[in-house]
Each structure stands twice: as C-alpha cells, then as structure tokens.
Design a protein around this ligand. Sequence first.
Ligand SMILES: Cc1cc2nc3c(=O)[nH]c(=O)nc-3n(C[C@H](O)[C@H](O)[C@H](O)COP(=O)(O)OP(=O)(O)OC[C@H]3O[C@@H](n4cnc5c(N)ncnc54)[C@H](O)[C@@H]3O)c2cc1C
Length: 387
Amino acid sequence: MGGNNADVIVVGGGVVGLAVAFRLQQRGRRVIVLERGRCGREASWAGAGVISAANPHRSDAMYHMHCESIDAYESFCHELTELSGVNTEYERCGSLDMLTTLQAVEMAQSDVRATADQSMPDGQPVMEMIANEDVRGFEPNIARNCLAFALRRKTAQVRNPRLLEALQTAGTNLGADVREGIEVMRFVVEGDRVVGVDGGDPHGGTIQKFRADHVVLCAGAWSAGIGGGTIQDLFSVYPVRGQIILLNCGGRPIRHVINRRDLYMVCRGDGRLLAGATEEHESGFVKRNTPEGIYWLTLSAAAAVPKLTEMAIETMWAGLRPGTPDRRPYIGLVPGFPGLVAATGHFRTGLTLAPVTADIVCELIDTGSTNRDLRRCAPGRSFGHSG
Ligand SMILES: Cc1cc2nc3c(=O)[nH]c(=O)nc-3n(C[C@H](O)[C@H](O)[C@H](O)COP(=O)(O)OP(=O)(O)OC[C@H]3O[C@@H](n4cnc5c(N)ncnc54)[C@H](O)[C@@H]3O)c2cc1C
C-alpha cells in the first residue's frame, strides 16, 4: 500500500493501537499506524504483563469484557506467535493474594463465594482460600506472617515487550503500514466527519496529510492533547506514573503473581522478577524513578519474599499509564464526530484488555455498533459522583 490514504488510521502504536491494527488488517482493512516515537515503548512496554483476573463484584459490562479478554488471551498469544514467530511467554501462572488484614480476608472470602459457580477447564475452582499452613506447598519463599492467602487461578502473565514485538510483526506481515516517528498533531474534520489526521516529525518539518474512512485514537496518556476542534474536551485522560524494579534472581523464587497490599510481583521464566508499581497521579508527563518510589518497592518486595533482599537489582523504570477519573477506559464511537473511534484510557489494565478492545473496535468499524453495553466507557461521559 502506498501514499497516505487508508481505510483506517490508528493513532498510537502501543498495545492497544497495535492490537487494533492487527485485528483490522486481518479483516481486510488497509491500516496505517502513526506512532510518534517507536512502537510499544511507552506504557505498554513499562507494564508488568500481568493479565489480571476481573473483580467478580463488578458484574457489569466492563466485567464481562474483562473476562472475555482474559479467556481469549492464550489463543490470542498463540495466534500471534504463529504469525510472527515471536514467543510472548504467555503463562497462566495464577496469583496469590497475601491477606494481612481481617477486612482483606473477608473481601477475598466474598470473592470466592461470588465465583463459586465458575471453574477452570480442569474443573478446579477459579478462586480458593489457602490457609497459612498450606501455603508452603504453593509458594515456599513467601512470608507466612499473613492471616490467609487467596489463590486466583485465572491470572496469567505475558512478557509484554515480546507481546508488542509479536503484535507489530504480525500486523506488518499482514500488510499494516506502521509509520514510526510521525506525531499526529490534529484530527481533520470536514463537515461533521473526521476524515483523517495531520502529522509529521515531532521535531519539526513538513506536515503530512493522512486520510481514511475511520480514525482510531489509541494515544495512551497523551490522548487528550491532540488538536482538532473540541474533540479533546471529550477525553479526560491524564498520565499516572508507575515505577517498577527488576531483580535478577537466577531461578524463580515465586511461581504465581504475588499481591501484597498495593505491591505485586511477577517472575519471568528466566528468573527476572518485576516488583511494581507505584501509582502517582500528580506525576505529569515525567517518567523517572524516585528514591521514594524505589524505597517503597524494595521494602515491600522484601516484606513479601524475604529472600529477595539478597538478589541483584538489575534495572528500574517508570511508565505513564493512561488514567481517567473513574479508572475506566474510553472505548466507542465518539459522539458528534463520526469517523472517530476511541480506544484509550485503559489505566492499569491495558495489556489485559487489549484483545477485547481490538475486537470491539473492529465491530464498531464493520457495523457501526456493538451489542456490548459501552455506556460506562463512553467518550464525553461525565464523572459526577462515579469516583
Ligand atoms: C508500571 C506499569 C505497570 C503496568 N502493569 C500492567 C499489567 O501488569 N497489566 C496490565 O494489563 N496493564 C498494566 N499497565 C497498564 C498498561 O501498560 C496500559 O494500560 C497500556 O499499556 C496502555 O496502552 P496504550 O496503547 O493505550 O498506551 P501506550 O503504550 O502508552 O501507547 C500509546 C502510544 O501512542 C503514542 N502517541 C502518543 N501521542 C501520539 C501522537 N500525537 N501521535 C502519534 N503517536 C502518539 C505514544 O508514543 C505511545 O507509543 C501498567 C502500566 C505501567 C506504567
């Protein structure tokens, strides 16, 4: 495909944009992805790759979308590996919550009751309480100074930099035109319709015109900053910094994703253990590690798995999650701007929700509608008392 015209322009080459482009291209659409830097180097790269189980108490449309995404993840990764040759290291490792307060125990017990009718393919319950004396069999290295543990078998992990490489390669192999180093400056509206975008080298130079029947906004934390009439007023997306430390443990001191209060840890097959993540709402667009963040991460990790105090810190990083006031994404047709579709603001679950988000965007572009209830993800929604 040549030129700057396509069926669909995807703005942003993070996990959401690349998943959308991959699925659309599979359905025969001609897609151009415009990425300001290099694809998959922002929040999607910085993330921990935990494919988190859905909160069973939120039996709304978002809960069902979340369940759909985690249930589809294994075959999604398998398909990507087939098409790209890249192993995403997907693993349904399960997670173990370390419960340190009575309230946390009661909430976990309530989650177990709420999921009592669900089971794994091998018949095991999706969730189960584990007593202190039994946890050694699951995770010999974790601290046992907890009241109890909750095992969530649906939690999985993926090596997100590999997932991104697989998505980009698979999409490109199918014919997607991925342009790196192009910053979208504004949406182009003709009449009431979004007909394309203008963009170019972020460091200056000629502005290029890109035209398409549909534009999909997947610019992560930067989504509210793209010009074009009043479109940006419909998106309250802002950066929420998350810091992570990476320890090189040689072997695997933990098998499950371990959650202890606000900290989680996940260990890759090669013994690299990620401990994350801070949630900093006032960070602005500043990606950096801070002494306070690293202090909290190292102390919390050592409290959960004492053996980690002996391990080498290999590196650390920070990324900017696309936050929204109600912690829900924007997914849907953008009211008042036909031609524009939103897929942004995934906050802490963008890696988890990318497959279902891509399917929904395809449906919206193919048919103009979806049978899913997207009201709570609607662009332009108000945030009155929803918290
Ligand atoms: C520390 C941390 C840990 C996390 N852990 C997990 C986890 O374990 N599981 C999980 O599900 N989620 C996790 N997340 C959240 C997840 O990473 C995000 O929700 C997800 O990556 C968002 O994907 P995205 O494609 O919307 O954004 P991004 O990956 O940020 O991609 C947006 C892209 O758009 C580009 N862009 C921006 N503006 C423009 C423009 N004007 N023109 C062209 N391109 C533009 C950017 O350069 C960027 O590449 C974590 C996030 C962080 C920071």
